[in-house]
Design a protein around this ligand. Sequence first.
Ligand code: GLC
Ligand code: CA
Length: 564
Amino acid sequence: MKKAWWKEAVVYQIYPRSFMDSNGDGVGDINGITSRLEYLQELGIDVIWLSPVYQSPNADNGYDISDYQAIMEEFGTIEDFDRMLTRAHELGIKIMMDLVVNHTSDEHAWFVESRKSKDNPYRDYYIWKEGKENGNPPNNWGACFGGSAWKYDEQTRMYYLHLFAEKQPDLNWDNPKVREDVFHMMNWWCDKGIDGFRMDVISMISKVPGLPDGDMQGGLYGNGSPYYMNGPRVHEYLREMNEKVLSRHDLITVGEAAGVTVPEAKLYAGEDTRELNMVFQFEHVGEGAGKPGKYGKWDQEKMPLSEWKAILSKWQTELEGKAWNSLYLSNHDQPRCLSKYGNDKEEYRIISAKMLGTCIHMMQGTPYVYQGEELGMTNAGFDQIEDYRDIESLNIYRELKSLHGVPEDVAMGYLKKVSRDNARTPMQWNNSKNAGFTTGDPWIKVNPNYTEINGEAQRRDPDSVFSYYKELIRLRHEMAIIVYGTYQLLEPADEKLFLFTRELDGQKLLVICNFTEEDVVTPGSALELMGEDSEILISNYVHRMDEVLRPYEAVVYIVGNTEY
Ligand code: GLC
Ligand code: CA
């Protein structure tokens, strides 16, 4: 397998709005990030993925960009950005920018022009269509944030396509001028010295010509995704991007690829396909997997561990040597992984957070840590709709109640478990007011458990989740087997344990994770490998106990006492 620095790196995602506020306005900002870079250096991460900091009216917290070459006023200035970048580089930390180019804001100059008239030079920067004869939208697609994917525009009496919110019109990638402008903008950032791009919904940039109706799924709208996910020209466009931008700089690139399959991923992230370094796939977090709910992810049942393991193992083994994996359990669009896959009850919180970290960090791929995950932060689960800020959550709440007649408490129950705001509450720095995030009023409520769960306490505590993550990251940096070793799943049908091995150059690791709050007897297959002369590399319990695995126990053995 080819070696590369980005394969050996650990990435840390910052959601700037919620990371650190430097001026007391309740909104996280760039100077706040700069002030906390030493914390990240201590954790040991190599790269920051910075969620969008560009100028934006914030319909979707920065994922609706009105100027790609300016910084959002609330976040600071371009000088603040340059200072942050310089300081990060001094500390040995690289910065990967979020690149949101499937759509812009409707306040972007291109769209302001585009909507003016049918013959405006920017008209074809977006996807405009006449309505149907009866005045209905051009097709039946639903938008990802609810409602139709089409918005009627009075000015020219035509509809524009928005796969997300109304204020996020989709760019027309079939127009070479769009691609040229996007690539130009990317090169501008690269020349500034940034180190990579995380590409927002990049699998959606190419739409099937004619934009055919999708199958109705019981709701009001058709499913357009077969016509815009992994569309006909997406690989062509990414190869062009690679040629004109990516290959000219030394970057880390990851594509957010909803709907991606293994064969598709081998194109997006193939060793020799000249597109991207890796993609985020979504199956293990529930996309197209598990028992689908009536309302999609909102009422989806938790999938059995065996299914979850099968998904992750498929990605591990099928990309091996051909393409590269990203490894993640959380980000700003998912509920907190500890609440979803672990156990956020007081007695299991720390132990299960460490278990999840072990499971994901011991796989092959580039791990991503989402801010606060390294502290074992939990879902906020707000009880009142007034406390939610996320456009997706607010839209679905309205739709569930008014269109589907879902009772108030049931709808709130969904939000409490699944809302993206669960991951967007302020970073918990210390036990002072507002968790040390701001001296003002935070834009979204702080999770009240900050008095227990916070960075300051955990940095001092060798047994904290923070210290454990630090160790996981250190081990990855020291041991090639953790980065490059071949993965093999053991006991695929076991519904309580996740067991796998890694192998490289005659070395072997055995990884054991108990996903339950019960004692579980260690299977023979594992005992055999553990043997007598195996050594513990890392574990979330102090004392060794081979025969039985304790609640949420995680342990990694160096099999047969191989030196490392
Ligand atoms: C991606 C982002 C998400 C955003 C959406 C639209 O999925 O991660 O936060 O809302 O794209 O840009
Ligand atoms: Ca601020």
